[in-house]
Design a protein around this ligand. Structure first.
Ligand SMILES: *[C@@H]1O[C@H](CO)[C@@H](O)[C@H](O)[C@H]1NC(C)=O
Ligand SMILES: *[C@@H]1O[C@H](CO)[C@@H](O)[C@H](O)[C@H]1NC(C)=O
Ligand SMILES: *[C@@H]1O[C@H](CO)[C@@H](O)[C@H](O)[C@H]1NC(C)=O
Ligand SMILES: *[C@@H]1O[C@H](CO)[C@@H](O)[C@H](O)[C@H]1NC(C)=O
Ligand SMILES: *[C@@H]1O[C@H](CO)[C@@H](O)[C@H](O)[C@H]1NC(C)=O
Length: 589
C-alpha cells in the first residue's frame, strides 16, 4: 500500500576490468552484502516481522547471521576464487546495535573473513569515536577514496582508499567510496568527503598505471542512481566491466521483493561503447547474499557473467557455531529490550488509520519528545531555538497498549533508524509543507502516510477546498518570548523545526523540503530521543488535542444550514471511530 513507507537503500560495489596479459580465463565469484542493519536474528516474511513460532514452523523465516555464515562457507567450499564484500550500513535497526554499538558486528565479520567493506550513512551513527573503535577491531580494510581524515585525528589512517588482493595469482584491486552527502547528513565530525567520481578515477589510474592491477572492483554506499552514474561516467575510460552492489534487490527475486532491475544491471560507459559495466546489489537486512560469477578472458574482458541474490531462507542450514556465539551475546540485549522505560495509563495509538488522517496521541507524544530533546541551556533570545515539531504519520509501525513501555516497544514502533534533526524553513514554506500534509486526504479515502503529526503548532484545514489551498490558519508557539504563546505564522520569518531526517531529505511526498531548506543540523537517533523522553516522563497519559482541526463539516462535505451542523458532525465522528476501529484491526498486526 502506498502509505506504508519504503526505506531508501544506498550503496554500491563495482568491478572494473582492464586489459590484462594473463593467458587463461580467470573466474571470480563475488559475494556481497549491504544494509544489514544489525539483523543478527532471522525475521519473518515482511522485513519487520519477528520470526515467530508460527513463521518458523511454516518455514517463513529469513536471513540471520547463522544462515549468512553458512551460505558463505558453502560457496567457498564449492568454488575457488571467492571474495566477500560489504557495501555499508551495518549499524542501526535492532537492539543488537543499541547495546553493542558494533563490537559484536566486528567479531562476526572478522570470522567471516570479509575482504573489504565500504562505510555507509548509518555507520557514522556511533559518532567518529565509535566508528574508530569499530574500524580498529576489523581484520580487513574499510575503504573510502573520497574520505579525507586529515582533520579528524580519531579516524586518521583508518579509512584507506584501496586494497589489492592476490586471488590465485591474479591481482584484484578494490576501491571504496561513501555517499558525498554524508558530510552534510551524517555525524562525520571533521572528515572531509570529496566527490566520488574524481576520487575513484585518481586511484584507479594509480593502480593500473603504477601497480599493474588488471581488475578493479569498487565497493561503495551511494545509492543505485549514483552507482549507475559512476558506471557510465567514470573508471570506464579504460574499463570494460564494473560491478556494483546495493539498493533494492536486483534480478529474479525468489521472495516477495520487487526487483529494481536486472542482476547485474549492465551499463554502457560513455567512453567505451563496447564496454560493459556490471552493477549489482543485495536488497537489505541480510535477507539475501549477493552472488555474481564473472569470467574474464585473457585480455581481461568480461567473457561471461552469471548470478542472482541468493535468498537466505529455510533451505539454508544455520551455522551452529555462529548461532551459539550469537546466543552467548544475547543476554544483555534481551535485558535492554525488556527494560521498562515508563508506564502508560493510556493506549498510544500509532495506527496509520488514525495518524494518517488526523492527530493521534502516539504522534503527539513523539512530537513532544522531539521538542524536548533539542531544548538546551544555550542562550537563545527566548526559551528555545525551535518550538515546532513536524513529522510523517507513517513513522510508526504499531500502537502500544496501556501498560509498561519497554525499550523493545520503542524499537518496534520506530524501527527505521531515523535521526531527529533541526531544519530551518521560511514561514511561507512551512505553509506549503502543511499543504502537502493533507494533499491526499479525502473524507472517505485512504489515510495518508505523509500526514504531519505536530507539536508547537495549531493548524486549521478546510478539506472542501482543492489540494494546495486547504490551510485556513496556522499559529505557532513564539520562541523569542518568556511565556510561550501561539501567534499567527509570519510568511517571511525563518522558523526552526524539529523533524526526522526522513522527510528532511524528501521522504513520504516531501520532495519540496530539500529545496526549501535554509539549514539542517543532524541530531540524535530517534530511538534514543524517544526512550529518554519515556524514561523522564512517567506515567504517560497523552491525550488527543486540537492541534490539527478541520473546519466545521469540511470532512462531511456538507454545506447545510447552521442547525444541521451539529447533527452532521456527530455522525461524522461516529463514522470516523467506526472506520478507525476497522482499519486498526487490519493494520496493527
Ligand atoms: C569459468 O566459468 C565459465 C562459465 O561458468 C566456465 O565455462 C569455465 O569452465 C570456468 N573456467 C574455469 C577455469 O573454471
Ligand atoms: C584541515 O583544516 C584546515 C584548517 O581549518 C584547512 O585549511 C584544511 O583545508 C583542512 N584539510 C582538509 C583535508 O580538509
Ligand atoms: C600472488 O600470489 C602468488 C601465489 O599464489 C605469488 O606467486 C605471486 O607472487 C603473488 N603476486 C604478487 C604480486 O604478490
Ligand atoms: C566462524 O566461521 C566458521 C567457518 O565459516 C564457522 O564454522 C564458525 O561457526 C563461525 N563462528 C562464528 C562465531 O560465526
Ligand atoms: C549546559 O549544559 C552542558 C551539557 O549538559 C553543560 O556541560 C554546561 O555546563 C551547561 N552550561 C550551563 C551554563 O549551565
Amino acid at each position: 500500500m502506498e502509505f506504508i513507507r519504503s526505506a531508501t537503500f544506498l550503496c554500491s560495489l563495482f568491478l572494473a576490468s582492464f586489459v590484462t596479459i594473463s593467458e587463461a580465463n580467470f573466474n571470480l565469484t563475488i559475494l556481497h552484502t549491504n544494509d544489514e542493519h544489525s539483523r543478527f536474528d532471522e525475521f519473518g516474511p515482511s522485513d519487520f516481522d519477528k520470526c515467530t513460532k508460527e513463521f518458523q514452523e511454516s518455514g517463513a523465516c529469513y536471513g540471520g547471521i547463522a544462515r549468512r555464515v553458512s551460505a558463505v562457507k558453502d560457496i567457498r567450499k564449492e568454488t575457488g576464487n571467492v571474495i566477500l564484500l560489504d557495501a555499508g550500513d551495518r549499524f542501526q535497526g535492532t537492539a543488537w546495535y543499541n547495546y553493542y554499538r558494533g563490537s559484536q558486528t566486528a567479531l562476526f565479520m572478522n570470522n567471516m573473513s570479509y575482504d573489504a567493506i565500504a562505510i555507509g550513512t548509518h555507520d557514522f551513527d556511533v559518532d567518529v569515536e565509535g566508528l574508530a573503535n569499530f574500524l580498529e577491531s576489523l581484520t580487513f580494510p574499510a575503504l573510502g577514496c573520497n574520505v579525507d581524515a586529515t582533520n579528524e585525528s580519531l579516524l586518521d589512517n583508518l579509512i584507506p582508499c584501496s586494497t589489492v588482493l592476490n586471488i590465485s595469482g591474479e591481482l584484484v584491486g578494490i576501491v571504496g567510496y561513501t555517499h558525498p552527502a554524508n558530510k552534510e547528513y551524517s555525524r562525520t565530525g571533521n572528515l572531509e568527503i570529496a566527490p566520488v567520481i574524481e576520487s575513484l578515477q585518481e586511484e584507479v589510474d594509480r593502480l593500473t598505471n603504477q601497480q599493474g592491477v588488471t581488475k578493479i572492483i569498487a565497493v561503495g554506499h551511494a545509492g543505485i542512481s549514483i552507482d549507475q552514474e559512476i558506471a557510465q561516467q567514470q573508471i570506464p575510460s579504460e574499463a570494460n566491466a564494473l560491478i556494483g552492489c546495493c539498493s533494492t534487490s536486483h534480478g529474479e527475486a525468489p521472495s516477495s521483493e520487487v526487483p529494481y532491475g536486472d542482476y547485474p544491471i549492465v551499463v554502457t560507459p560513455d567512453s567505451n561503447p563496447e564496454g560493459k559495466v556490471l552493477v549489482v546489489s543485495a536488497y537489505r537486512f541480510g535477507k539475501y547474499l549477493g552472488r555474481l560469477d564473472v569470467e574474464f578472458d585473457d585480455q581481461g574482458q568480461v567473457q561471461s557473467y552469471n548470478g542472482n541474490p541468493l535468498l537466505l531462507g529455510n533451505h539454508i542450514e544455520k551455522d551452529v557455531g555462529a548461532l551459539e556465539t550469537l546466543n552467548n551475546f544475547r543476554g544483555p540485549v534481551d535485558e535492554l529490550m525488556a527494560s521498562n522505560l515508563a508506564y502508560s495509563m493510556v493506549t498510544l495509538d500509532g495506527s496509520i488509520n488514525t495518524c494518517g488522517r488526523g492527530e493521534c496521541n502516539m504522534g503527539i507524544h513523539f512530537a513532544e519528545a522531539m521538542l524536548n530533546y533539542q531544548l538546551s541551556n544555550e542562550s537563545f533570545p527566548g526559551w528555545t531555538q525551535a518550538s515546532i515539531a513536524l513529522y510523517n504519520a507513517d513513522s510508526f509501525r504499531i500502537s502500544l497498549p496501556q501498560g509498561y513501555v519497554t525499550y523493545q516497544d520503542v524499537l518496534d514502533v520506530i524501527p527505521y533508524g531515523d535521526t531527529i534533526d533541526v531544519i530551518e524553513l521560511r514561514g511561507a514554506d512551512v505553509i506549503l509543507v502543511l499543504e502537502v500534509s493533507v494533499t491526499n486526504l479525502e473524507a472517505d479515502g485512504e489515510p495518508s502516510g505523509g500526514f504531519l503529526q505536530t507539536a508547537g503548532i495549531r493548524i486549521i484545514y478546510d478539506l472542501t477546498k482543492p489540494a494546495g489551498e486547504r490551510v485556513v490558519s496556522v499559529k505557532v508557539l513564539c520562541t523569542a518570548c518568556d511565556i510561550p504563546r501561539y501567534e499567527p505564522i509570519d510568511d517571511d520569518m525563518i522558523y526552526k523545526i524539529v523533524t526526522n531526517n526522513y522527510i528532511a531529505t524528501g521522504g513520504t511526498g516531501y520532495g519540496i523540503i530539500p529545496d526549501m531548506l535554509i539549514s539542517r543540523v543532524k541530531g540524535a537517533d530517534d530511538v534514543d530521543v524517544w526512550s529518554d523522553y519515556f524514561r523522564s516522563k512517567s506515567p504517560v497519559w497523552t491525550a488527543v488535542e486540537e492541534r490539527v482541526t478541520f473546519q466545521e463539516d469540511s470532512k462531511c462535505n456538507n454545506g447545510g444550514q447552521y442547525k444541521l451542523n451539529w447533527v452532521v458532525s456527530v455522525f461524522c465522528s461516529a463514522l470516523w471511530i467506526g472506520l478507525t476501529y476497522r482499519f486498526k484491526a487490519l493494520i496493527d498486526i
